[in-house]
Design a protein around this ligand. Structure first.
Ligand SMILES: NC(=O)c1ccc[n+]([C@@H]2O[C@H](COP(=O)([O-])OP(=O)(O)OC[C@H]3O[C@@H](n4cnc5c(N)ncnc54)[C@H](OP(=O)(O)O)[C@@H]3O)[C@@H](O)[C@H]2O)c1
Length: 299
């Protein structure tokens, strides 16, 4: 008889973490650690948490995701996104565990006009992207059993994200001016968590055998403006007006194009995520989320 595996889930209070905490439970005993329970900026705390829990799988859903704030807070972004994943990977290797980690399309500079494969050259434009790339490389350098899943434009019904911002503004304004010259793929946190749970359900040996770097994303592509229009729906008010990114300056530069090619994931795991419009429809059909269990600071 095989015993139920233990999963240590970090970032359990985030958009993806909240969904994972629910969806991984049928497959394992989940130790769900939010930032208060495990601060990834604290290297000693990471080591102690892994050695204390002795999980068969670590799922790292924690990250410093405030892309604009990271420009001024580079040391913390690099500690959480760059160094911590390497420590998790090292500790996982020490106890024979697998690591599942998430990364971002912002490792790319966005000069391509066709979807990025995993082995395309990374060239981040901002501190967040550079810190996430450092994390990917730290995991690869350890050489243990680890899957790094890059995704993009994550949204959900809790936390802080584009969908919730557009919904709020739609109730306040007659007109929304939204960037139309940055192209990517919106990804519902639920769909990402479902995909993760599905690959975890195949068992630890199967996961370990499939170690590597993957793009995990819905299909299709959209500008922020098209995404906003799809959120608002077919209504007369508010009107969604396309603007160039140059009219919406932000502290961090963002890639103009970040569509991820997902063929490797599909071939290795045998399934694809739904088109982003379908995932959005499913998300919008959900009942409103309860208040966030972990209050989030603005930024
Ligand atoms: N959000 C996106 O658009 C996006 C796009 C591409 C890739 N990704 C990647 O997808 C993964 C999941 O992101 P998400 O969208 O779920 O982000 P999120 O909602 O911001 O969640 C990240 C979680 O990490 C926690 N965290 C931050 N600093 C921490 C620290 N020092 N120690 C422990 N936990 C810490 C946050 O806690 P607090 O709430 O307390 O800060 C938050 O709960 C990340 O790897 C992210 O880089 C996200």
């Amino acid at each position: 008889m095989t015993s139920r595996p233990t999963i240590l889930l970090t970032g359990a209070g985030g958009q993806l973490g909240v969904e994972l905490a629910v969806l991984l439970r049928p497959h394992a005993d989940v130790i769900a650690a939010d930032r208060a329970r495990l601060d990834l900026a604290d290297a000693d705390a990471i080591v102690a948490a892994v050695r204390g829990a002795r999980p068969q799988l670590i799922v790292n859903a924690a990250a410093y995701t405030a892309v604009d704030l990271a420009e001024k807070d580079a040391a913390l972004a690099h500690a959480v996104n760059g160094r911590a994943p390497g420590i998790l990977a090292e500790e996982a290797r020490r106890i024979g565990a697998v690591l599942v980690h998430y990364s971002t399309d912002y490792v790319f500079d966005g000069v391509r006009t066709t979807p990025y494969p995993e082995d395309a050259a990374a060239n981040p434009l901002n501190v967040y992207g550079a810190s996430k790339l450092e994390g990917e490389r730290a995991i690869a350098a350890v050489g243990g059993n680890a899957l790094t899943l890059r995704t993009s434009w994550v949204y959900g019904l809790s936390g802080k994200n584009f969908l919730l911002t557009i919904r709020r503004l739609a109730g306040e304004r007659d007109e929304l001016r939204v960037v139309a010259d940055q192209i990517g793929v919106p990804n519902w946190s639920r769909a990402l968590a479902e995909a993760t749970a599905r690959i975890v359900s195949a068992g630890m040996a199967s996961l370990a055998d499939r170690s590597g770097l993957y793009h995990l994303s819905s299909t299709g592509a959209a500008s922020w403006c098209e995404f906003a229009q799809a959120i608002v729906g077919d209504v007369a008010r508010p009107r969604v007006i396309p603007i160039p990114a140059s009219e919406y300056p932000t502290p961090a530069r963002r890639p103009a194009y970040g569509v991820l090619a997902t063929r490797r994931f599909e071939e290795v795991f045998g399934f694809a995520l739904p088109h982003w419009r379908l995932a959005l429809q499913r998300c919008l059909a959900e009942p409103a989320a309860p208040p966030a269990r972990w209050p989030r600071s603005p930024g």
